[in-house]
Design a binder for this molecule. Structure first.
Ligand code: ATP
Length: 135
């Protein structure tokens, strides 16, 4: 089955939403393959967000994502990437539909609680970055 990389970002961990996120993805039918609490190094954060290197918010995003512990997890199931992105909702939490994680719990585009891989190719790259043993 397909896999996706999910992050409960430092804002989500600080607000005690780890269980909520895991409950929702498990309730949907996705299965946990790996879970780890960790604080990202600047190097790992910059690699994870390499596609945003030229964006004006890149510096702030790296500060935010390295600013406290996050929970990285791998979830598995049919169309896992698409399934989790539907649970997460739109990147801008104000536009995210109520009932989605971002729609229910966030207000700011940077501090939007979760990350989910945006394609099967990104998922493979991100899973290799966070969980090298899961090749
Ligand atoms: P993610 O990759 O985290 O799942 P996404 O694919 O919905 O989010 P991207 O456009 O890839 O969104 O942006 C990556 C992350 O960068 C966002 O989740 C958010 O935390 C941050 N971000 C995106 N746009 C902005 C912005 N305009 N200002 C500040 N932070 C932003």
């Amino acid at each position: 089955p397909a896999r996706t990389l999910v992050l409960v970002k430092p804002d989500g961990v600080a607000r005690g939403l780890v269980g909520e996120v895991i409950s929702r993805l498990e309730a949907k039918g996705l299965r946990l393959v790996a879970v780890e609490l960790r604080t990202l190094s600047r190097e790992t954060a910059e690699e994870h967000y390499a596609e945003h290197r030229e964006k004006p918010f890149f510096g702030s995003l790296v500060e935010f994502i390295t600013g406290g512990p996050l929970v990285a997890l791998v979830a598995e199931g049919p169309r896992a990437v698409e399934a989790f992105r539907a649970l997460a909702g739109a990147t801008d939490p104000v536009k995210a539909a109520p009932g989605t994680i971002r729609g229910d719990f966030a207000l700011e585009v940077q501090n939007n609680i979760v990350h989910g891989s945006d394609s099967d190719e990104s998922a493979a790259r991100e899973i290799a970055l966070f969980f090298p043993h899961l090749g």
